[in-house]
Design a protein around this ligand. Structure first.
Ligand SMILES: [Ca+2]
Length: 652
């Protein structure tokens, strides 16, 4: 009832014409159609207009007619981003405080796991203001009937409810614990047509609604939420064949090519340097011929999925053009987070038995019975100069390609590098439609936290956003942006746990930590982040499961350090300077492993310890020392495995 009341108020406000940011003249204009297109797990450089070589002529044309946002940010995983996208507020307010709740977060306000009743969606507001509202694609914001898009303001829906699935008919689940469920206007669908392919099906559902309602006098809001190029990587064979051999030179080469193209096209400034290749990701040259063939095939399928998606988007544009609606349509294209660098074998509920059902041989990958993923090498190439990928709060995880074409007018510039956040879209839609947000008259509805881009799109200002800071938190990782600064903190074991500070205008790859040079700036941003966490109700907890493992290893690490000291004390009269030096090195490396990426030192230490074990095993009197060395080795190995990201367990 409360939401209905709020929507009625919004509609009344709209009918009475706007005040504030929306002038009477503007609200009297024809309301634009809004087409919001979202790609799933697509990287920063995959589009032609963002340095990519994949054939994306329709989105390239959109970029030529509109505006490329080169500093656009999402959250690092799917569901929190979508919650913010559709409600214009914060994920902790909307019910998606985390994609994977810890015990501490379970049951807390803001951690419902679906859109709650404190927020209203773009479809609810625009629908109440006379818009036709369509949704085709991935929902990921609640499974129950009352949580589905049909109950959140969308009048026509064809929705995949979970976070992903196989892309052909009889699709495999993304996770064993997350069954595939398609819903049509709120009702679960039994089977899919034999010729089903996700990207085409979403497109054709939307096109059918647009064709059916061609004579409607109402504008439309269409949310086209593709599941491409999310894994499992599946694409029609002809599209895969189109990219055969394109990636045989490997991911480091592709990364360099795209990095150069990014600079040539003006997406990144000339001054940006390409960071060194991450040590934990195997070099292309170190792979066997078979591994290279399979890996490059996975990238070929990924490219095919994006190529195919672009073609389908072109069909929607062509239909709107034929209907005479394209010019009066605000088109937004974005990806919901960075490319996925984790192979599916690391997913939480994926075990050997689950994977045994897939045929991932070279001749079969890309087909319905396979479950290929992009993996870290290609994801790193896709992020290019940006650090890491999906799941991380570094720029590779949260800076994604975005294009906006305003209705009627062509923007003065074709590229903009001001900070823009996914929360900014809903205020922009409402501003252009001349509709006020219900929170302006109803305190029980959470207010918008984004800023409208409409003044910029109308040519009334040259800056997209002012000096306002933008903060967020997901899975224990924090970031706050203000002007050129980004302060960020990620919990161990994936980072040091310390706050870092970067000038992301000059250093989008986050290579130079300025925390010690700019302590006052950093302190101010941390203080602002604390205010943000209180405002939105963050229940702070690092990733469940990994944290206890990490804490246990840390205790073990200190026990080993103590044991090494004790052993040195007992043998103090017989120890050579070299022996003392080696023991001290062991201690330094053990401590260092928890505070920085000392992987090379770690492996060297393991080699040293194993050699020591072999020598000591010849002296039965030193059994305790052998045990100590073996325990040290095991702890070091576990630390290194965790640091390489293999236990990173986001629900995707
Ligand atoms: Ca995603």
């Amino acid at each position: 009832m409360r939401i209905l009341k709020a929507l009625a108020t919004a509609l009344a406000l709209f009918t009475l014409a706007g005040t504030g940011a929306v002038t009477a003249a503007e609200s009297a204009q024809v309301q634009p159609n809004i087409l919001l297109i979202v790609a799933d797990d697509m990287g920063y450089t995959d589009l032609g207009s963002f340095g990519g070589e994949i054939h994306t002529p329709n989105l390239n044309r959109l970029a030529e007619q509109g505006l490329r946002l080169t500093n656009f940010h999402t959250l690092p995983t799917c569901a929190p981003t979508r919650a913010v996208l559709l409600t214009g507020t914060d994920n902790h307010i909307a019910g998606l405080g985390s994609q994977l709740n810890s015990a501490k977060q379970q049951g807390q306000p803001g951690y419902e796991g679906h859109l709650n009743n404190r927020v209203v969606t773009a479809a609810e507001i625009l629908g109440a203001s006379g818009y036709r509202t369509y949704m085709a694609g991935k929902w990921h914001l609640g499974h129950e009937v009352s949580q589905r898009p049909a109950k959140r303001g969308f009048q026509e829906t064809f929705a995949l409810l979970p976070g992903g699935a196989g892309h052909f008919a009889e699709p495999v689940a993304l996770h064993p614990a997350e069954p595939v469920e398609y819903s049509r206007n709120g009702k679960t669908l039994g089977t899919l047509p034999e010729d089903f392919y996700s990207t085409r099906a979403y497109t054709e559902h939307l096109m059918a609604w647009l064709e059916r309602d061609a004579n409607s006098q109402s504008p439309f809001f269409a949310y086209l939420a593709y599941t491409a190029p999310h894994d499992p990587l599946h694409a029609p064979q002809a599209y895969i064949d189109k990219y055969k051999g394109h990636y045989d030179a490997g991911y480091e080469v592709l990364r360099e090519q795209r990095f150069i193209a990014l600079k040539v096209s003006g997406v990144l400034p000339e001054s940006v340097a390409l960071p060194v290749w991450p040590r934990i990701i195997p070099r292309w040259a170190s792979l066997s011929a078979e591994e290279k063939a399979l890996s490059s095939r996975n990238m070929e399928i990924y490219a095919a999925m994006i190529d195919y998606m672009d073609e389908q988007i072109g069909r929607v544009f062509e239909l709107l053009r034929q209907q005479g609606q394209l010019d009066n349509t605000l088109v937004v294209f974005m990806s919901d987070n960075g490319p996925n660098g984790l192979p599916s074998t690391t997913y939480p509920t994926h075990d050997a038995e689950y994977h045994a059902q897939f045929d991932n041989r070279l001749q079969n990958v890309g087909r319905p019975s396979s479950f290929p993923s992009l993996a870290a090498g290609w994801a790193t190439a896709s992020s290019a100069a940006l650090s890491k990928f999906k799941g991380f709060i570094t720029e590779g995880g949260i800076r994604t390609p975005a294009i906006v074409k305003p209705p009627s007018v062509q923007p003065a510039a074709s590229i903009n590098s001001d900070y823009v956040h996914v929360a900014d879209w809903l205020p922009t839609f409402l501003d252009l439609a001349g509709v006020h947000h219900p929170s302006t008259t109803d305190d029980s509805i959470a207010a918008l936290r984004g800023s409208s881009l409409a003044p910029f799109l109308r040519g009334k200002t040259t800056k997209l956003n002012g000096s306002k800071s933008r903060a967020f938190e997901v899975h224990g990782s924090r970031a706050i942006f203000k002007g050129k600064w980004k302060a960020t903190q990620a919990p161990p074991p994936f980072s040091s746990g310390e706050w870092k500070l970067f000038n992301i205008h000059n250093d989008p790859s986050e290579s130079i930590n300025l925390a010690h040079k700019e302590p006052e700036n950093l302190a101010e941003l941390i203080a602002e982040h604390e205010v943000y966490e209180k405002e939105v109700g963050v229940v702070y907890d690092a990733l469940p499961i990994v944290k206890p493992i990490h804490d246990a290893l840390k205790i073990l690490q200190w026990l080993i350090v103590a044991a090494i000291f004790w052993s040195m004390f007992l043998q103090r009269h017989h120890m050579s300077p070299a022996r003392i030096g080696y023991s001290l090195l062991q201690i330094v490396c053990l401590v260092g492993l928890f505070s920085a990426y000392f992987n090379i030192a770690g492996w060297a230490l393991i080699a040293g310890l194993l050699t020591e074990v072999l020598i000591l095993m010849r002296k039965p009197a030193c059994a305790s020392k052998v045990c100590l060395s073996l325990v040290s080795c095991t702890v070091l190995l576990l630390i290194l495995i965790i640091k390489s990201g293999y236990l990173l367990i986001f629900s995707l």
